[in-house]
Design a protein around this ligand. Sequence first.
Ligand code: ADP
Length: 309
Amino acid sequence: MASTAAVRVEGVSKRYGDRLAVDAVSLEIHRGEFFGLLGPNGAGKSTLVEIMEGLRRADSGAVALLGRSPWPRDTTLLPRIGVQTQSSAFFVRQTAHEHLRTVAALYGASRAAVDATLESVGLTGQRGVRVEDLSGGQRQRLAIASALVHDPELIFLDEPTAALDPQARRALWEVLRGLKAAGRTIVYTTHHLDEAEELCDRIAILVDGRIAVTDSPHHLVSASRAPSRLLLPAGRLDEATAAGIAGVERVSVQGGSLVLETHAVGPVLTAVDRLAGLDGVQTRTAGLEDVYLDLTAEATTHDATTTEP
Ligand code: ADP
């Protein structure tokens, strides 16, 4: 049966000693989809992605990429997938351009593609710089370029913006949007919730090796029961008065603001206006970060450092 899925994962598990890193995960990523994989440190994202890429073998379950099994190594699949290399796999004595040309040659990609890809990740100015002399962010962009140079159909990027400054991050978003517009499938792990919200068609949140939820960021946020927050400049209203407003569920002081949590923004704003005026008052509706924190709050991962506010 022909598969329309770019990635199909069925009941995949992986154990390291006592630790079940990936626990019977099933998911399907459609062709042309921008798919985010999120979760606290230790949740099993890297293990799952490496199994998808064919770099690691699952203990049980099945994986298909573009309808074919990535394990054992399938050489017809390699030119069709792009994997962000780890910097340890770099040819450090080569220049950025030579490195990318070497990678391109492995896949039969053209020299024109090398120049265009360097340009797209903003490394044209560093083409003659040795890999070992590039900054962390520049190396990261070279790793991304190495995944893209042969114009693969399916691209795996593992925290690609981790070492990038805000400008480079935005520039990469544009590159990724271009790839998505050109019909490529992108599997993306990130700790940046704003990024997932901006870029991904769907995300899966992995907690303790299991998928807690898979949906579009928009659906996740609109289905969330997380309250909106009103931020009042300090001293505008005392806490007791704020807590007495009908519809206010919780009051706290955070970063010099009085924070009112509510599911009834309109009536609470009206009451605040009457009591203290709305000058300088900010409203924050629940976002993907609230949904994420809610879902991962009870994660029992040993090294989960990103789950608590
Ligand atoms: P994430 O990418 O979400 O941080 P990982 O897949 O790296 O999660 O790790 C999942 C769990 O498996 C963690 O508890 C981690 O310590 C463990 N683990 C990962 N790789 C290995 C390995 N090669 N040997 C032993 N344990 C590992």
